[in-house]
Design a protein around this ligand. Sequence first.
Ligand SMILES: *Cc1c(COP(=O)(O)O)cnc(C)c1O
Length: 505
Amino acid sequence: MTDRGTPTLTGNRGLRIEEPLIFEQGHPGKTGVDLPEPPDMPDRLGGLARTGPIGLPGLSEPEVVRHYTRLSQKNYAIDAGFYPLGSCTMKHNPRLNERMARLPGFADLHPFQPESTVQGALAVMHRLSDWLLGLTGMQAVALSPAAGAHGELCGMQAIRAALDARGAGERRIVLVPDSAHGTNPATAALCGFKVRGVPGDARGRVDLDAFREALDDGVAGVMLTNPNTCGLFENDIMDLATAVHEAGAYFYLDGANFNAIVGRVKIADLGVDAMHINLHKTFSTPHGGGGPGAGPTVLSAALAPFAPLPHVVADGAGYRLIEHVEGEMQPFGRMKGFHGQFGVFVRALSYVMSMGADGLRQASGDAVLNANYLLARLGETLTPSFAGPCMHEALFDDRFLKGSGVSTLDFAKAMIDEGFHPMTMYFPLVVHGAMLMEPTETESRDSLDAFCDAVLALADRARSGDAAFFTEAPRHTPRRRLDETRAARQPVLRWEPPEPAKAAE
Ligand SMILES: *Cc1c(COP(=O)(O)O)cnc(C)c1O
């Protein structure tokens, strides 16, 4: 039996309650607080004081609590179950790191406090910088970028500054492989560069010959992801780096997939000039729910002089925050107000210190092992896009669904009904109907097996000709299939009160 069963009388299902918008629940004048009438005050707003009602919904405190609690229960999170979203590294975030970030001595700081009162916080930033430099072998690190894409911006700005400083500002082209994350070409464009695509080869790596051909003296740099978004290591990376440098350009490495190689690959040895690290992917900060992330960017000796302000230095007297140009520095500017996402730094330092260098190395090994476990168990039935083992994520395409009338999207919706958050779909764009699965090191073999069992059962069902099972999914979610095209093209971003309420105003 595949339908959702008889509708209930109330629209609620079990104890899962249909939740109207908060504006549809409130009544004017009903509030959770009882304030005294304000005293009569002369109007000091020059006649601009509001005369009509403010239009906020009126609800009691328990009603507000229930509304947001019910909404939170409709969220899916890594704390609720397996989250194999490729390219996102949705792994467990140890609670210890949360505890550390919430210590009042860290959580209650103000960025304008005198330096002498925040020595501990500056020490955290300094030690984290040391770890990031140690793990990458690079020369300098800018902690302030607030996300991966922001770190890309930081690295590409440093490249621009370096080119300008050596009188090569006319170099305007940035090479971006076809499999790149969308943020790479967007960053290059934002920095005023022109993007030149580079095709991949049959192995899912950058085509070395095409790459060499695309390099000329108009090229400012290249933005490469490694391991790449097909979940594969770019084996030719040192040849690519050499070619980039021989052409007088700089090498930006998108380090969002660092979780697959931490403790195993020294980034500096690859010939990299700049790389961002997503602390919220590799170094344990909850993400995906809109919370802050951080994208510290490590720089080579060639780019270090252009690193943005501020940074922390340690001398005999303690820690100091360098906020203004000193000595030989030629910082290109600042990435944001203040010093960066401090709470994320605390989590990251807590994570690396509790894992230790050996633990980090084991984590990257386990992440790769888990992805290869999925590849091996699913690879006989689904169609892996490229031959050979993978790194941290396994990429399949939709060839196994050929002729079944089931698309990657339909398949993903049926996975939701079975209790599994879908993998990343239709990315990377270099394969048809992509399904990109990243289990991370924090999943047990039991959870990987449960996932594989469900996916294999669905694949059998798809190929047995039961297309309707998929095209009608999801059946068991609070909402069924949404019109995503219309939602994207004609978004309704504003709630309007229904007509009778309007008339009564
Ligand atoms: C996640 C990711 C980014 C962007 O990072 P944000 O923190 O989301 O800005 C860039 N490149 C790759 C390959 C990624 O996976």
